[in-house]
Design a protein. Structure first.
Length: 137
């Protein structure tokens, strides 16, 4: 397993277990797939990037960035902002539990962007999560 996949699992586990999120998005709509149209509302675990933190010769620390895409059918951005806020609250809660030999030393919402789709009826948010992931023996 990789640090990126471990974080992806930890994020999904956290989102589907938090009523602050599932009150806004059904568990079955928190997805890891690339398909359009996605159900509305939905949270799609999207793109990511990882960078070696270079903190030690052991190379066990990786900074992982992961984008979550929020899709809502509405012309405004109100609901997508509400869902992004719920994601922030869930991620900023207790430290993530270790996953398959990876420990999450730090995890936070780095930023959010809110967009209107050109179709005039869809709102889209991109929530970027930033995590320091350590591989442990």
């Amino acid at each position: 397993m990789s640090a990126e996949l471990a974080l992806q699992k930890a994020i999904r586990d956290r989102l589907i277990s938090q009523p602050v999120v599932t009150d806004n998005v059904p568990v079955g709509h928190i997805l890891d797939r690339n398909e359009r149209p996605n159900p509305r509302p939905s949270i799609v675990i999207g793109e990511g990037q990882s960078v070696d933190e270079g903190e030690s010769i052991a190379r066990t620390l990786t900074r992982v960035y992961m984008d979550l895409h929020v899709w809502v059918e509405e012309p405004s951005t109100e609901t997508s902002k509400r869902i992004a806020g719920a994601i922030r609250k869930a991620v900023n809660g207790p430290r993530f539990q270790p996953v398959d030999g990876f420990h999450f030393a730090d995890c936070r919402v780095r930023g959010s962007r809110f967009l209107r789709d050109p179709d005039g009826k869809t709102s889209h948010a991109i929530v970027t999560i930033d995590a320091l992931v350590q591989e442990v023996a």
